[in-house]
Design a protein around this ligand. Structure first.
Ligand code: NAD
Ligand code: ZN
Length: 380
């Protein structure tokens, strides 16, 4: 092995393999690590300190090894752990898909030119896609039939090291702390894309059920940046204060309001909102959405309750010329755009930093609706 020092802060080990291919990696990659594991469907999280780390020589072409600095905790991770979706996660599972870290190794024969050892990159829900199927060619990479989903069908970021894929990791721009960038990689990208395709214009009213949660509080800020007027719906004094501070013009507490449809219509010129982006994780957040939209309005379905059906009057969907659309994370370009806005300080994740050992408690708090904004786990 030769250790060369062309990057002084990142000495790189260059290994000559038996097949004469250069293999790049940082030195000192441990053989075991700490990770939070869901051992079997629905089982409690176990934090283990003896989980193997894939070594540089074991990486396949296109794979890279990331040493994580931090990772956000998304409600999707809770769905994956509980198993309340029609699609089930693999087990044993290392969850997590809002990771930021440093590239410490890249598999031999990897052709991607952009990503290098020492780069700070993000891992999003869509860890990899084929980039060659109809969905990928149309920019719907997240709908690729061969999609690898971080913390769902491949191991994710609740670990010190994660194997990811050079074509889909997202370069983190300068000017944003890793802990601030983490949740932009799922929560931020998702709501940014939902707003982008919502058909709204400057000055339109957007209703955000789930506004005080991880996705919702970022949606408030991206919406404000787009010149939209925000009606935040969630519950509790802390989330109310957060949403109003972030720029929501009106607040409705879904636990206290007797008539959410009337409340929204009263706020939105007496006729209803132009758009609703539902990020609540249960079906109740969807219940009145179609009723409080004005004619020509759009419902963007984002929150993912597992078994619920969307209740909407067919008559009024037609009669009011409504649009109902599903919006699922985002592609590589959406990720870069969402991060660029955050790196310019226009959108800030409101988060509390906690150790990985607290993940079980974080899930409990999330299940009870107690997490305002996000929890980010410190993985260093
Ligand atoms: P979260 O728990 O942080 O936030 C959900 C918020 O919804 C909470 O603040 C809760 O109080 C609020 N809420 C619950 N019932 C409500 C109601 N009836 N009206 C208004 N608000 C209500 O969760 P999160 O991490 O923001 O994720 C939310 C959902 O989005 C999850 O189902 C998650 O799986 C899904 N998700 C979807 C995508 C996508 O690509 N479409 C991406 C990421 C997450
Ligand atoms: Zn997520």
């Amino acid at each position: 092995m030769i250790v060369c020092s062309h990057a002084e802060q990142n000495p790189i080990a260059v290994q000559i393999h038996p097949n004469n291919q250069l293999q790049m990696s940082s030195p000192n990659i441990p053989t075991v690590q700490t990770a939070a594991i869901v051992p079997s469907p629905g089982a409690a999280i176990v934090v283990r300190h003896d989980v193997p780390v894939k070594q540089a020589s074991e990486l396949l072409p296109g794979e890279c090894l990331i040493k994580l600095a931090c990772t956000g905790v998304c409600h999707t991770d809770l769905h994956a752990k509980i198993g309340d979706w029609p699609l089930k996660a693999k087990t044993p599972l290392i969850g997590g898909h809002e990771g930021v870290g440093e590239v410490v190794a890249i598999g031999a024969h990897t052709s991607n030119k952009e990503i290098k050892i020492g780069d700070r990159v993000g891992i999003k829900w869509l860890a990899d896609s084929c980039l060659d199927c109809e969905s990928c060619r149309k920019g719907l990479e997240q709908n690729c039939p061969l999609a690898k989903l971080s913390g769902f069908n491949v191991d994710g970021t609740f670990s010190q090291y994660v194997v990811s894929y050079v074509n889909h990791v997202t370069p983190i721009p300068e000017g944003i702390e890793s802990a601030e960038a983490a949740s932009i990689l799922c929560a931020g990208v998702t709501v940014y894309r939902a707003l982008k395709y919502s058909g709204t214009n400057i000055g339109d009213w957007v209703v955000l059920p789930g506004a005080g949660g991880g996705l919702g509080h970022l949606a408030v800020q991206y919406a404000v940046q787009m010149g939209l007027r925000v009606v935040a719906i969630d519950s509790g004094a802390e989330k109310k204060a957060l949403c109003l501070k972030l720029g929501a013009e009106a607040w409705i507490d879904f636990r206290e309001s007797k008539d959410i449809v009337k409340a929204v219509k009263d706020i939105c010129d007496g006729v209803g909102a132009h758009c609703a982006i539902v990020t609540a994780a249960n079906s109740s957040g969807y219940e009145q959405a179609v009723d409080y939209l004005r004619s020509g309005g759009t419902l963007m379905a984002v929150g993912l309750p597992g078994e619920a059906k969307l209740q909407a009057s067919i008559f009024f969907t037609v009669f009011k010329s409504l649009n109902i659309k599903g919006s699922y994370v985002g592609n590589r370009q959406d990720a870069r755009e969402a991060l660029a806005i955050a790196a310019r300080g226009k959108v800030k994740c409101h988060y509390v930093l906690k150790p990985l050992a607290d993940l079980k408690d974080v899930f409990e708090g999330m299940e009870q609706g107690k997490v305002a904004g996000r929890v980010v786990l410190d993985m260093k």
